[in-house]
Design a protein around this ligand. Structure first.
Ligand code: CA
Length: 519
């Protein structure tokens, strides 16, 4: 099933049914609480890095379970990562390659499998996978989602209620809090109706997505001037590709008055004041970003306390992750899209006390393609049988410590990345694909599309970047054309081609190269 040959409509997949898990006593199957946030970088969680904020409730998940340190998204932008997480497939397979893509009912997802296996299922919060009827979430007993990006305050939420009726109303209050209310209310009702049926609850926050509107209760946190600046806020981009030098994600120049909620003081305008302007903008956007994260931390604390109060903590898998990372002033940027680590890395922490040893730290390389298989495997549904199109590898053996030396030696040591979207002039990010290993990164900006008006070149050219992650973990010096690395680059280029073919994607061969679409 790939949109490269999508002319024929695929027949519906057979339902897995209860037979797939008939041997599993229902009581033994774990519950799942899947918390997905939007643009929450790992380095804005204190369990990962204590430099910019404190997130005690999120940290509890890592302390009482596992923290994944090398989890990467395969396309660093909201809609595609969500489609990948749900389906376990790359963007070129599930067809949701850009933020302009809608999801398609023909793409089967892990909640559908769990529902077919007898799980109670629900989704509350951000969907962002299209809002036509054929984009509706599938596989949920109840669901209620924001329209588009949703609003931080008094968002409209539509969906299907317990009676199967369509609902479409304003939900008054602060979105991070009210979506938690909806999720916990459903959980209590589901438990009341059938305490023996396992549940899978997807709690998808809007926060901490731009434009970062905090709740007033957090207004005193992270005051201006107090937030640690990254070492690379003023990094030199001179060795990078022109495509990257032209992106419009600069903290100094591209944050808007809408982002910062106040006009730029005239004395900070102009090239000569760029450094002072970057410092001021950094503090303003990071203050709001971190405050919105504090409400997520509050919400997560509520969820953990609720599970505890109902005796559900031990056999409930609590997963916290985000659709991609985010530049927190790193390289002088905000936003994501590019393959640099702060954008590429996803945070992920998993608590499941009966199976995952407390304090587990996982360094093995994994991607968002692996998450559907992991959840299904943990719930006793064989991913290869129940979700046959999925392309991931279950991370369960890493989480529960059952991966033996042979499995660890055989673990993948490279991941494939492709960012398809290059038609958004407000960010001017180029399409690219690349490979990341534990030691190197090779990126090909293959020159699709036009540069934004006013950029240094109207027609993009193909360019390469390469970084030595051992000697240059901050990815400051592009060594793609360094003769000393010629052998390494040749090897990486070959491996990139192999990985691309292995996952069913193809190289860019000019503007006529087909792009993923469901038509
Ligand atoms: Ca996002």
């Amino acid at each position: 099933m790939t949109p490269h040959d999508q002319n024929a409509v695929q027949p519906p997949r057979p339902r897995a049914g209860a037979a797939g898990t008939a041997d599993e006593p229902p009581k033994a199957r774990p519950n799942v609480v899947f918390i997905l946030t939007d643009d929450h970088a790992a380095h804005a969680i204190s369990a990962y890095s204590g430099r910019v904020n404190s997130t005690p409730n999120l940290d509890r998940i890592a302390a009482q379970g596992a923290r994944l340190d090398s989890l990467y998204c395969t396309n660093s932008i909201c809609t595609p990562s969500r489609a990948t997480i749900l389906s376990g497939t790359y963007s070129h397979v599930n067809g949701a390659a850009t933020i302009y893509s809608g999801f398609d009912y023909r793409v089967r997802t892990f909640p559908q499998v769990l529902q077919d296996c007898g799980y109670r299922t629900a989704l509350f919060g951000k969907w962002h996978l299209g809002h036509e009827a054929h984009n509706d979430p599938q596989g949920f007993d109840e669901w209620r989602i924001y329209r588009g990006q949703g609003e931080y305050n008094d968002p409209v939420m539509y969906g299907v209620d317990a009676a199967g009726e369509r609902v479409d109303d304003v939900v008054p209050g602060y979105a991070t809090d009210t979506v938690t209310d909806l999720a916990l209310d459903w959980l209590h009702r589901a438990q009341g109706e059938d305490p023996d049926a396992p549940f899978c609850l997807l709690l998808h926050h809007k926060a901490p997505h731009r434009n970062w509107i905090p709740h007033p209760r957090h207004a005193d946190l992270y005051p201006l001037g107090s937030i640690h600046e990254p070492d690379t806020l003023f990094a030199d981009h001179s060795t990078m590709s022109r495509a990257v030098r032209d992106v419009r994600m600069s903290v100094a120049d591209d944050l808007t008055e809408n982002d910062l909620k106040q006009p730029l003081p005239p004395e900070l305008a102009g090239e000569e004041n760029r450094e002072a302007r970057a410092r001021r903008n950094y503090q303003l956007y990071m203050r709001d970003y971190l405050q919105t994260i504090q409400a997520i931390d509050d919400s997560t604390g509520r969820v953990l306390a609720d599970l505890e109060a109902h005796g559900l903590s031990e056999n409930t898998i609590v997963i916290y992750t985000s659709d991609q990372g985010f530049f927190l002033g790193d390289h002088g940027w905000f936003d994501k899209r590019l393959m640099f680590d702060q954008s590429l890395q996803m945070p992920m922490m998993v608590r499941w006390p009966v199976a995952i040893p407390a304090g587990t730290v996982i360094d093995e390389l994994a991607t968002n393609v692996d998450l559907a298989a992991t959840v299904l495997d943990a719930c006793g549904a064989d991913p290869t049988e129940t979700l046959p199109d999925q392309q991931g590898r279950s991370l369960l053996p890493l989480l529960d410590g059952t991966a033996d030396d042979e499995a660890l030696a055989d673990w993948p040591d490279a991941m494939y990345y492709r960012y398809w979207e290059h038609e958004d002039p407000s960010h001017n990010a180029p399409a690219h694909y690349g490979i990341r290993t534990s030691t190197h990164k090779l990126i090909h900006y293959y020159g699709d599309g036009m540069g934004a008006p006013g950029s240094s070149d109207a027609l993009r050219e193909a360019e390469w970047e390469m970084y030595d992650l051992v000697t240059d973990p901050a990815e400051l010096t592009n060594i793609a054309d360094d003769p000393a690395y010629a052998t390494v680059r040749a090897d990486l280029e070959q491996r990139l081609g192999q990985l691309q073919a292995q996952v069913g994607d193809r190289p860019y061969e000019g503007p006529e190269t087909p792009r993923p679409t469901w038509g």
